[in-house]
Design a protein around this ligand. Sequence first.
Ligand code: NAD
Length: 462
Amino acid sequence: MPINESLVQDIVQEVMAKMQIADASSGKHGVFTDMNDAIAAAKKAQQTVRRMSMDQREKIISIIRRKTKENAEIMARMGVDETGMGNVGDKILKHHLVAEKVPGTEDIKTEALSGDRGLTLVEMGPFGVIGAITPCTNPSETVLCNAMGMIAGGNTVVFNPHPAAIKTSIFAINLVNEASIEAGGPDNVACTVENPTLDTSNVMMKHKDIPLIAATGGPGVVTAVLSSGKRGIGAGAGNPPALVDETADIRKAAQDIVNGCTFDNNLPCIAEKEIVAIDSIADELLHYMVTEQGCYVINKEEQEKLISVVLANGRLNRKCVGRSAKVLLSMIGIDVPDNIRCITFEGEKEHPLIATELMMPILGIVRAKDFSDAVEKAVWLEHGNRHSAHIHSKNVDRITTYARAIDTAILVKNGPSYAALGFGGESICTFTIASRTGEGLTSASTFTKRRRCVMQDSLCIR
Ligand code: NAD
């Protein structure tokens, strides 16, 4: 490659960005070597937070928002560098979504009832110190949205992040503490350990000062948390199907589905993982996906090669998760131009690249003979996770039928999956969607407990 001025500038920029990241990650507020110490520090901080006014809590949240925006690119680059997953551009957008659309204290609402025998308030109080287990797929995003909701609710939090994303997670935890200090609050409102392991996670799950655990990850961690004997919020795995029927705007469906599927290289748990298309429109859909949306069709032999790489020995190959279509294709010896962003093919619903939650921009298409067949196949593919599903249809009755049958926490109609996170859709943002335990999109109120305050025979002035 010839060395010219623009190449030199690119290199200088990259080195400076890396130096900035190294510099920024040196801040370590809230980081301990021992999980017991982390919990003790968070407990001490919670004694201050619980006495803070709602305005003071909101001030912390608003500074977290500002710092998240200011550091969006650093966290995006750090996440990609550390985990090798996703892409910087989409991760920047995800951090802006966190900054703008994760609810704060306004999410906590008081209920009141008054009558002949007085006045009762039902107020949402903090649990105390919440334990949070976070994934490597959206590491800083999850730490930030969990911390914002939990602090808004009057709690502090101890994280056991995924070890593969510990630097990025520590950066976000440090940011939260710096925001608290800047707002006049305590340090250690969010804590963690330098080296999170299953052992530190166990200490957290069994600790007497942790009344609630929020787990964001695959089936293993959610089952572990729900077996801990503590109250658990389980945000587990998904395998969201996108159903397309003959009443849909097929060209737009192709665009929405590929946009949703390729966002951050398919890392979000809500992202389209496969398509179920009614036979009569399947060819048209594939045509638009290939000619307008950068999809590359692989044949049977290439599918076998891809299976042997991404599901080596039947297990998900972590080195393939969150990689771009171009990189995945290069792993099976196919070189494609940069505009290729998704891999596609047709197959039965049992096809391993269709039935498995891959978290890669690979969209298998399953044909269905009619709408009922499509619903049946989509429900099977969702595997009872009750997480997310999507549909492209103009027929309201069919949308209703699908919604009832698949029974998921999220169902996006006629849009890309990320509309459910507030990106181009009416929604709050969170990266913890409690599918298994039913809270759905988590926010500050999810991290509070209902407390009844009863005044007998007074203060009813009707
Ligand atoms: P993962 O399950 O490998 O890890 C998630 C976290 O759980 C990590 O911190 C990990 O160290 C911990 N963990 C794993 N097994 C554990 C056990 N037995 N006991 C205690 N801790 C354990 O998941 P990942 O690869 O980081 O993330 C991808 C998975 O998470 C996908 O299945 C995805 O769908 C899911 N996810 C769900 C949501 C949601 O909101 N529902 C959000 C993001 C990711």
